[in-house]
Design a protein around this ligand. Structure first.
Ligand code: ATP
Length: 385
């Protein structure tokens, strides 16, 4: 177990033609001893490069990486006490499962053959792969290979686990099962874990905290719920959550936000939060948009149902502001998530209600969050919810 710190870490690759690619840009992150941190972001944002620098598979251009206070920038990978699991599993095809799991210990420790055998047996039991120890990797299913790759990491009892999209080759059902299993395993072992994924659902459900990267830069680090409800900027707000937050470009005119096809009044308190900014993006999560029969308040807007995606437990309803003759072709589209028991049909004329306590406001130029929705605290939430 070890505290892992990245202190203003950058990685610049130089292409063959001499041009530079900044893969990781001034990244500072501190991962506590025993913590499960998920590094998440879109493809190419620098997640794998970050992990590879921590593992020692990539040099650091600038900054420091520390393990329990000790700078490890120049320490060879094999001396770092870090185990990495790759998306491809990277099992040795010519070795049995037992061979794959023992190899690292034989190479890098002074353990006796008996001790190695015992450790492999224990790790195999943890991963429930005892029956597979004599098989070759080619005779295993994807899920089994994944277990072997994890078993090979566990057997080393490292200070830190680095997992690079380890579940992406599995089918949806197995992936969700392995998500829970991995969390349980990490809790039992208590090993500091950094888990890379581009899948925001994985990030939300697995991490103690998530660190969100874009273009090599850290956007926010926090608990999944902090990032969900109190995004620091528009990128985080749009990245976390499925379906994504609805965004509308608006201009603040007097005390209302004017967008394409709607005008949304702002109370004094919210106006105070955005003081000095008048080009704003209004954000609202699909589950916060309510569908009502008729506009009743000044935050209800006529809308027309475009498409309904039934998910079983809920319907994802795609709408457009306006109805009847007022339906403008340039009117903004939005998504509302409503109960699956509710019957909603394409073409239906409804009204959308956007409660002010649920809205987020961002500066249109910088994307900075100026106002986030108010969160009910645990104390004020009704009991047993
Ligand atoms: P993915 O989810 O697609 O794996 P990622 O977030 O892990 O993406 P990285 O693989 O870390 O992203 O890549 C970050 C950036 O650095 C990308 O622009 C990539 O093209 C670039 N990059 C990565 N490795 C190299 C390299 N060896 N030489 C040049 N550029 C590289």
């Amino acid at each position: 177990m070890a505290k892992t710190e990245l202190d203003h870490v950058s990685k610049v690759f130089t292409e063959r033609d001499g041009s530079k690619v900044v893969a990781v840009d001034d990244l500072s992150l501190s991962i506590d001893d025993g913590e499960f941190l998920v590094l998440v972001g879109p493809s190419g944002c620098g997640k794998s490069t970050t992990l590879r620098m921590i593992a020692g598979l990539e040099t650091v251009t600038d900054g420091e990486i520390r393990l329990d206070g000790r700078v490890i920038n120049d320490l060879p990978a094999r001396d770092r006490d870090i185990a990495m699991v790759f998306q491809s599993y990277a099992l040795y095809p010519h070795m049995s499962v037992r061979g794959n799991m023992s190899f690292g210990l034989e190479e890098s420790t002074d353990l006796s053959d008996d001790e190695i055998r015992q450790r492999v047996d224990d790790a195999a039991e943890t991963m429930e792969i005892e029956d597979l120890l004599d098989r070759a990797p080619s005779d295993l299913s994807g899920g089994q290979r994944q277990r072997v790759a994890l078993g090979r990491a566990i057997v080393r009892d490292p200070a830190v686990f680095l997992l690079d999209e380890p579940l992406s080759n599995l089918d949806a059902k197995l992936r969700s099962q392995m998500r829970t299993e991995l969390q349980r395993l990490q809790e039992d072992l208590g090993t500091t874990t950094i888990y890379v994924t581009h899948d925001q659902t994985e990030a939300m459900t697995m991490g103690d905290r998530i660190a969100i990267l874009n273009d090599g830069r850290l956007q926010q680090v926090g608990t999944p719920l902090e990032c969900y409800h109190e995004p620091r900027n528009r990128f985080v707000a749009g990245f976390v959550g499925e379906p994504a937050m609805n965004f509308f470009d608006t201009d603040l005119q007097d005390d209302a936000l004017v967008g394409a096809g709607f005008e949304y009044p702002l109370s004094e308190g919210v106006r105070a939060d955005v003081a000095g900014h008048d080009r704003l993006v209004l954000g609202v999560r699909p589950e916060d948009v309510e569908l009502v029969a008729e506009p009743e308040t000044d935050r209800d807007f006529p809308a027309t149902v475009d498409v309904v995606e039934p998910m079983g437990d809920e319907n994802q309803v795609h709408l457009r502001f306006g109805n009847g003759e007022d339906l403008q072709t340039n009117a903004e589209e939005l998504i509302a998530t409503v109960s699956g028991m509710r019957r909603v049909e394409s073409g239906q004329q409804v009204a959308v209600r956007i409660p002010e306590e649920t809205i987020h406001l961002f500066d249109r130029e910088t994307g900075e969050a100026l106002h986030n929705r108010e969160l009910e605290t645990a104390e004020t939430a009704p009991p047993n919810v």
